[in-house]
Design a protein around this ligand. Structure first.
Ligand code: FAD
Length: 303
């Protein structure tokens, strides 16, 4: 119920405006967001790199309905790629198709993404297309598969909450597209997605072996130690070297586990979001864990 309410709030524009302009909101966001500027995100990236942890930078923003804004988002990602390269950061980027104009036109979005991919390609840099709500799954998979024929440096994300996911995994495996495996952060109807967490977890465990064995450098993205231990077990049993996959976690969540895995010699990447449009991202993080809501409320009370 709380999860549903939080995910509903994530989509309310008026509340978003209010929260993002509020100093308490801004302070709370810093727990999960590197800061408002690229400079701050780069500082965080350097700190993580020193701990042998790589990064994926996300300039927060989604669901634009303005063509200029969508082009500006692509320009921005080009600048981020240039900066990552110039700074020698061990990292890549994560983008959302709705920030690049998917709600306006597929052609606009494809052109914008291609521009970002072309720039990243010259530096051998990978670009991850995040997976958004289920309305976008088909278009995201189709666009990534299509662009992957020209740009090998593009990959996407697979959500185990969705019933359709095993088929998407098979398609992406056959196209040799890199995948990040997640449970799924969006509220979906029970006609297309598992309603119970245990079923989402079991689907994650079922997909792990084929992804690790047949995937192209898969990303096991979770903070759930049961999933992580299962991945380590599968890799051990099937003799899959550590260099062939990576673990991913979100900035500010389970830092202890991030460091422990990196110290144990696993590849670890942290997803580092930054920018002023943090509201939908933050509410999704609160929906995942009610304790985060207590953190927000205690900050609000402190004023
Ligand atoms: C690198 C990365 C990229 C992602 N990209 C996408 C994407 O493109 N599309 C998408 O739909 N989803 C994405 N997600 C989110 C994902 O779908 C889950 O919603 C999120 O990871 C929580 O699930 P979990 O696997 O950590 O397991 P859970 O069972 O939810 O959590 C396991 C444990 O992790 C800790 N934890 C989990 N979430 C939080 C939190 N918010 N705050 C504090 N502690 C927490 C708690 O200790 C919890 O007990 C991404 C996640 C990661 C790590």
């Amino acid at each position: 119920m709380l999860k549903e309410s939080m995910l509903y709030l994530a989509r309310q524009d008026a509340i978003r405006q209010l929260a993002q302009n509020n100093p308490i909101g801004q302070r709370v966001a810093r727990r999960f967001v590197a800061g408002e500027s690229l400079d701050l995100a780069i500082q965080v990236a350097h700190t993580l790199n020193r701990q042998r942890i790589s990064v994926s930078l996300d300039h927060l923003g989604e669901n634009t309905s303005d063509e200029r804004e969508a082009r500006a988002a692509a320009d921005d990602y080009v600048a981020i790629v240039e900066r990552i390269h110039a700074e020698g950061v061990e990292g890549n980027i994560s983008v959302k198709l709705t920030a690049l104009g998917l709600d306006i036109s597929e052609q606009l979005c494809r052109d914008n993404l291609a521009r970002v991919l072309r720039c990243a390609q010259q530096y051998g840099m990978f670009v991850r297309v995040d997976m958004e709500a289920a309305d976008y799954t088909q278009r995201t998979v189709d666009m990534v598969v299509e662009l992957h024929h020209t740009f090998e440096n593009v990959g996407t994300v697979i959500q185990t909450a969705l019933f359709r996911t095993p088929e998407d995994v098979e398609r992406l495996l056959s196209e040799r597209v890199r995948m990040r495996l997640v449970k799924g952060a969006y509220l979906e109807p029970p006609t297309i997605a598992y309603a119970h967490k245990a079923d989402v977890d079991n689907a994650y465990l079922r997909l792990l072996p084929s992804l690790l064995e047949r995937g192209v450098y898969p990303a096991i993205a979770t903070h759930d130690e049961r999933m992580i231990n299962a991945a380590i077990g599968v890799a051990h049993e099937r003799d899959i070297p550590r260099a062939r996959f990576e673990f991913q976690m979100l900035y500010g969540i389970r830092r202890d586990l991030q460091e422990r895995l990196a110290t144990a010699g696993y590849n670890v990447r942290v997803y580092v979001p930054y920018g002023s449009q943090w509201y939908p991202y933050l509410t999704r993080r609160m929906a995942e864990r009610p304790a985060n809501l207590m953190f927000v409320l205690s900050n609000a009370l402190r004023g």
